[in-house]
Write a protein that binds this ligand. Structure first.
Ligand code: ATP
Length: 350
């Protein structure tokens, strides 16, 4: 029997609720499968820990995390801690420390789910987000604080190595899909340096993938194309900031933020990869037992795929789709079901 060691970090808000639901479903899957096992270790790294002890990740925490096969992550963000502190305290040190440079966000409308788009059934996309540099590289500073001449800079950093590897990853992923189509999204009309370099390197890498069709779109035009012509899109690759925004749009167009999954991959597997729902800690519904766990289940299916457990991954997604098709929906999808009810239904379907 193959047993995987998974680090579970629930984090804040609804994070722990959906991660516990995900663990329940994965354990049920292991039981139904027979040849598969999981050992979960829970890490209480959260904004509460930060408020109590002054850190999200305790000393030595990343080294400990490194020994796991994968990281199953909920959400970080609290009303009591500024967002930039919580993000840079927990999620970004893991993504950047473990060189999880490829962020993969599939979007499609699951059976039984209603898209706000009339032609929502045409959505079958993968958004690939550069996850290690760009606008979130952490470069910048503030001078003359508090004075009328105060200045703040936020510098986007694009390296040839960083850009080339994400483009290669995107082409490899697009190559494995039926349509084999990749759209490059930048803003190289207004931003003349890093963005133009993105375009140039993309076209260089494209020469190695003659079997993948490609096109280009400016990020603002891409938002309208996603809404008006969803069928023209298959895989898209964009910078850290642009893809962050586009993938939230993709999630909303697919029915709800409560459905959309993400993988933060270190494709070379030198470090563990991290799997998380796209949504944040959603304080408005935390503690009410009504968070949609589907994004976390889909996230778990992506984790299984990364671990090489394709059969188990497909089995899990089929069970999830059976439940969404039957109309067992949490309130974000217009239903009245609780997290526990959806979780129970998925386990029954398994
Ligand atoms: P953060 O600042 O941590 O990103 P947030 O609360 O500002 O979090 P999200 O958590 O991303 O933003 O979600 C925005 C809204 O979408 C939430 O307030 C909630 O109503 C809804 N939502 C998000 N995730 C879910 C979910 N899993 N189930 C149900 N509703 C959700």
């Amino acid at each position: 029997m193959k047993t995987y060691d998974i680090a579970a970090i629930g984090g804040d808000g609804i994070g722990p609720e959906v991660i516990e639901a995900g663990i329940e479903v994965l354990q049920a899957l292991a039981k139904a499968d027979g040849g598969l096992g999981f050992r979960f270790e829970r890490f209480p790294w959260s904004s509460q820990l930060y408020l109590d002890e002054g850190h999200y990740i305790p000393p030595g925490g990343l080294e400990r995390l490194r020994t796991f096969d994968a990281i199953f992550f909920g959400a970080v963000g609290s009303r009591k801690v500024p967002d930039h502190v919580s993000l840079w305290g927990l999620r970004l040190p893991i993504c950047q420390g473990f060189d999880q440079y490829a962020n993969v966000r599939p979007a499609r409308v699951l059976p039984g789910v209603k898209s706000p788009l009339a032609n929502g059934k045409d959505i079958d996309w993968v958004v690939i987000r550069e996850n290690s540099e760009g606008e979130y590289a952490g470069m910048g500073g503030r001078s003359h604080r508090g004075l009328p001449i105060e200045v703040g800079t936020e510098v986007a950093v694009f390296t040839r190595a960083g850009v080339e590897r994400i483009h290669r990853f995107a082409f490899e992923l697009a190559r494995k899909r039926a349509r084999r189509h990749l759209t490059l999204v930048t803003k190289s009309n207004a931003q003349r340096f890093g963005m133009v370099m993105w375009d140039e390197i993309f076209l260089e890498v494209a020469k190695d993938y003659p079997d993948v069709e490609h096109d280009r779109e400016l990020v603002d035009a891409m938002t309208t194309r996603m809404v008006l012509k969803p069928a023209t899109i298959d895989v898209m690759v964009a910078t850290n900031l642009h893809a962050d925004i586009l993938s939230d749009l993709a999630a909303a167009l697919s029915g709800s933020l409560g459905i959309a999954p993400t993988a933060n991959l270190n494709p070379e597997r030198a470090f563990p990869s991290m799997f998380e729902p796209i949504h944040g800690s959603a304080f408005d519904i935390a503690g009410k037992g009504i968070a949609n766990p589907v994004a976390t289940f889909w996230t778990a299916a992506m984790m299984l795929e990364h671990l090489g457990e394709m059969v188990a991954s497909t089995r899990l997604m089929k069970a999830v789709e059976k439940v969404t098709a039957n109309g067992m929906h949490t309130p974000d999808l217009g239903g009245g079901a609780t997290t526990a009810q959806v979780t129970g239904a998925v386990i029954a379907a398994l």
